[in-house]
Design a protein around this ligand. Structure first.
Ligand SMILES: [Fe+2]
Ligand SMILES: [Fe+2]
Length: 213
């Protein structure tokens, strides 16, 4: 017989999720990496280093996405959208794991600042979830829109030879566009320009610091 989960069970579950997000190589993808059958072209040391910095930023972005979904999961009622929200969160875990694996291939490491960005994003997600479903979904849509633009920029900046990172980012781009569409169709509010501008500033701080740290 299934036991009803207690408050302590939920806390342990939550803690387990935090560790799976923050500990390198702990996230388990549900789909194989889009880079699985892709061969890299030529890259020199500088190009590899640059690719590593870019993929570190993308990995931290996915840590933030996890925190955002987890924070919302804690406070939002999500009467009709929980299933889709969980499906999107699972796809974000794939992104996290693919970026992590690619960073390792490039002999790099994930960012030291991840716990900081995780905490901030978790708080924002929980706050949006507590305000209400439309804001919560609107926040998902605005974030995904921004991530999409950011991925486009990174696809331009990646070294030509870095075909494996490119394959990962292209699939992520497709998934994020799908998350954005779903969140808007499910009734998410369109955020006004000043809120989007604030989010853009925050992401600038993240990308500048994480490229090196
Ligand atoms: Fe993602
Ligand atoms: Fe997404």
């Amino acid at each position: 017989m299934l036991r009803k989960l207690t408050r302590t069970d939920h806390l342990i579950q939550q803690f387990d999720t935090v560790l799976r997000t923050l500990v390198p190589h702990a996230a388990q993808p549900s789909r194989p990496s889009p880079a699985a059958d892709v061969r890299d072209g030529e890259m020199d040391d500088l190009e590899r280093q640059h690719a590593e910095g870019l993929m570190r930023i993308n990995h931290t972005g996915e840590v933030c996405a996890q925190a955002l979904y987890q924070g919302q999961g804690l406070t939002a009622k999500l009467a009709d959208t929980r299933e889709q929200m969980e499906q999107a969160a699972q796809e974000e875990i794939d992104h996290l794991a693919w970026c992590d694996a690619r960073i390792e291939e490039l002999n790099g490491r994930t960012s030291y600042l991840n716990p900081l960005f995780y905490t901030a994003s978790f708080g924002l997600g929980a706050a949006a979830g507590a305000i209400g479903e439309r804001v919560s979904l609107g926040f998902v849509a605005a974030t995904e829109e921004q991530v999409g633009k950011h991925l486009d920029a990174h696809l331009d900046k990646l070294p030509i030879g870095d075909r494996r990172s490119r394959a990962v980012l292209e699939q992520m781009r497709e998934d994020e566009a799908h998350h954005e569409r779903w969140a808007l169709e499910a009734g998410g509010s369109r955020f006004p320009f000043p809120v989007k501008f604030g989010m853009k500033l925050m992401s600038k701080v993240m990308t500048k610091s994480v490229y090196k740290l």
